[in-house]
Structures are given as structure tokens and as C-alpha cells.
Design a protein around this ligand. Structure first.
Ligand SMILES: C[S@@+](CC[C@H](N)C(=O)[O-])C[C@H]1O[C@@H](n2cnc3c(N)ncnc32)[C@H](O)[C@@H]1O
Length: 377
């Protein structure tokens, strides 16, 4: 990645030699150039980067921030992979490690330069901006790099309603900057992270969601189909892979009270939500929730049941790469006679794909849109 701040080798994680996507986009480069041209980094600067997937701009600015201010930038993100990418890219470019704050916590300012990558979820955006504003110093510049195709009128209007008058840069290579100046001193007291509470009809559960958590106002239809076709064996060590709000983990803990259940998600907000949901629904001691990229570094042959409602996109990038990694790693983590239960849209063809790692794949139940598959080694 070449910018006015130097040349860095910035990688996407997980590392994959077949990967063709870059770890940064034209919006990131535009933001770095703008910071340089406008001389926005000053000896007193405190710099906050928000929602950067692979810490490219964070690393791009780290050396200059360190030299000018003696401090490091702060990355605020909901992603475990972003945290790993920050560590990897800092280490491989000999940079000091920037601070990291997970999205359900609030970074403490006062910050006077912010680069905000807009999340796909407007609920998360509103929550982050509400907590961010009190942490800004007077005159802070908020730089929002966007790809032009993602900047529609409703998004622009939402940003104006949250941040007041905006300006935009000229577009360059299909990217543009949306800019806001915040004039007031925020006072330092942010509201708590927003949560949404709802009851799951028929299951007797109440679930709380932080703003970035998948399906935050109702049960996901895929989740519902998996719950309707729950396994009926007996299991001791259960994993809910991509646990989100923890609904599968909680129902598994209730169905198999002797079991230990581990929920894994790459979202800090998901893990925080699932942890409090398990407690609130009476299965806290039986469940443990951790952030991780799929099942990385989890013990081989350590689970006899893995439940999985896999993601089909990573932010705006749609695809089954994450699901494929989940299936491959599940095959390593299951005991010899263990079972992976997957729910997915029919058209995704998971049945054939699972056969790369599992000898026996069986369709369980039937639904017009979804299939539930049981895979064994
Ligand atoms: C379709 S949602 C399922 C959520 C929940 N299990 C349910 O059934 O409602 C998929 C979940 O996978 C998580 N996820 C995405 N990428 C992941 C990764 N690399 N490792 C672990 N979890 C991931 C997402 O954050 C999301 O919560």
C-alpha cells in the first residue's frame, strides 16, 4: 500500500495465497492522501480509526502519529479478524501496535481526527456515532471514505442527520470522502452501547442484541429451521459456530444439560450479547463464548456436535469462503463419530460442498428455502 505516509505491506487475514482481494480500497488511499494534504496530523493529535477490516489506514498512520505525538492511533472495531490483522500488519511492517477497542466498549477521547469506515448496518452506525460524538475535541475532522456505489441518498441523509452539514471530496477511482467537522467539545460522557431486547416466540427466550449483531430484532429464518430440526443424539462437547446472539448454544445447553457448550463468533458484540443471553436464560455456567476466526487453534477432536448457521457475506463481500473454512475446520475439531449440523439456503449447494471434508452428508427435514444437513466424517 503506497501513500504519502510511506509504503507498507498490508495483508488481508486469514492469509490465503489464492486471495485476489486487497486489504485496502481506493477510499482508504484517498483518506491517507487527504490527511497528508490538509496537514491534519499535528503534535497534539489523537487519531481514531473506526471499522477498518484489516487495519490498513491504522497502520498507514501509525509511524507518523508515533513520530509526531509519541502516541499511537486507536482502532475501534467489532471484528476479531480486524484485531488479528492489526497485530499481523503492525508486526510485519515493524510498526508499534495501535490501541484496539472492541465495538461494545467506547474509546475514550478526546480525539481530534477520525476516519470512519461506514458499516453496512445503519443500526451500528447510529450507535457508534452517538457514542463517538462526546469523545471528540472541538474542531475534529471526521473523514468517511466510501466507494461511490455505496453512497446513496438515504445514507447521505442519515449521515447528515447524525453529523450535521457534510461536504464531499471529488471522486477518485470510484471512491470519495464524506467530511464532517464537529465544532463542539463533547464532554466525554458517551451513552451506553445500544441494545435491543426481544422475546423469541415459542421458545421462552428473551434475547438482547448489541447493535452490530446479526438478525437483531427477530429470529433469523435459517436459525429457526435449524432449531426446528435440532439433533436428537446425546452430546457432551457442543460448539455453536458463528453463534451470533447465542440462540443455538442456549437451546443446546437446555436440551443437553450435562454438556459443555462453546459459542464462537468473530464479532465482539455477538460474543458479548450471547454471554449475557446465556446468563439471562439460565444456562450461563454451561456456556462459554469466545471471539475467534472460525475454529482457529481449537483442539483437534474436541467436539462431538457442531451447530452452524454460516454467514454468506463478510460486510459487503458476498460468498461462501467463510462457510467453507468453517466446514473444513469443523472436520478437524470433531471426534471420529462427531456430527456437524448446518443450515443453509437450498441454492448454496452445501450438500455437495460438505463432501470435500465429510464422507457422509445427509439432508434432515425439508423446508422450501432452507436445508438442514448432518455431516459425519
Ligand atoms: C448467519 S449468522 C448466525 C447467527 C446465529 N448462530 C443464528 O443462528 O442466528 C452467522 C454468524 O457468523 C459470524 N461470523 C462471520 N464470520 C465469522 C468467522 N470468520 N468466524 C466466526 N464467526 C463468524 C457472524 O458474525 C454471524 O454472527
Amino acid at each position: 500500500m503506497v501513500s504519502h505516509f510511506g509504503e507498507l505491506n498490508i495483508c488481508r487475514l486469514p492469509l490465503d495465497p489464492r486471495q485476489t482481494l486487497l486489504a485496502f480500497d481506493q477510499g482508504d488511499l484517498l483518506a491517507l492522501d487527504y490527511i497528508h494534504e490538509q496537514k491534519l496530523l499535528q503534535p497534539h493529535s489523537r487519531v481514531l480509526l473506526v471499522n477498518e477490516p484489516f487495519a490498513a489506514v491504522t497502520c498507514g498512520l501509525t509511524e507518523a502519529v508515533k513520530t509526531l505525538t509519541g502516541g499511537v492511533p486507536t482502532l475501534w472495531s467489532d471484528s476479531h479478524i480486524a484485531l488479528q490483522a492489526l497485530a499481523y500488519n503492525a508486526q510485519h511492517n515493524d510498526l508499534p501496535l495501535a490501541d484496539f477497542v472492541p465495538a461494545h466498549e467506547t474509546p475514550q477521547g478526546a480525539f481530534d481526527l477520525v476516519v470512519l469506515k461506514l458499516p453496512k448496518s445503519h443500526r451500528l452506525l447510529k450507535d457508534q456515532v452517538a457514542r463517538l460524538l462526546p469523545q471528540l475535541a472541538a474542531g475534529t475532522t471526521i473523514i468517511m471514505p466510501v466507494m461511490v456505489k455505496h453512497l446513496d441518498t438515504p445514507l447521505f441523509q442519515l449521515l447528515e442527520s447524525l453529523l450535521g452539514p457534510l461536504t464531499t471530496s471529488l471522486a477518485r477511482k470510484k471512491a470519495r470522502l464524506v467530511l464532517a467537522e464537529k465544532g463542539e467539545v463533547g464532554g466525554g460522557e458517551s451513552p451506553p452501547a445500544q441494545t435491543q431486547r426481544w422475546s423469541v416466540e415459542g421458545l421462552g427466550l428473551t434475547l438482547d442484541h448489541y447493535s452490530g449483531v446479526f438478525s437483531s430484532t427477530r429470529l433469523d429464518p435459517g436459525a429457526q429451521v435449524l432449531l426446528e430440526n435440532f439433533p436428537d443424539g446425546s452430546y457432551q462437547h457442543i460448539i455453536d459456530l458463528g453463534c451470533g446472539n447465542g440462540v443455538q448454544a442456549i437451546m443446546a445447553a437446555k436440551k443437553w444439560p450435562q454438556s459443555q457448550v462453546v459459542g464462537v463468533d468473530e464479532s465482539f458484540m455477538a460474543v458479548a450479547s450471547a454471554t449475557s443471553n446465556a446468563l439471562a436464560n439460565g444456562v450461563g455456567p454451561q456456556c462459554r463464548f469466545i471471539t475467534n476466526d472460525c475454529l482457529t487453534d481449537m483442539g483437534p477432536q474436541s467436539a462431538d456436535l457442531i451447530l452452524c448457521n454460516p454467514p454468506f457475506h463478510q460486510e459487503r463481500v458476498v460468498g461462501d469462503q467463510i462457510a467453507m473454512r468453517m466446514f473444513a475446520q469443523a472436520a478437524q475439531v470433531l471426534v471420529a463419530d462427531g456430527e456437524l449440523w448446518v443450515v443453509g439456503n437450498r441454492h448454496l449447494g452445501y450438500h455437495a460442498k460438505l463432501k470435500r471434508w465429510f464422507k457422509r452428508v445427509q439432508q434432515i427435514g425439508s423446508h422450501p428455502k432452507f436445508v438442514v444437513l448432518k455431516a459425519r466424517l
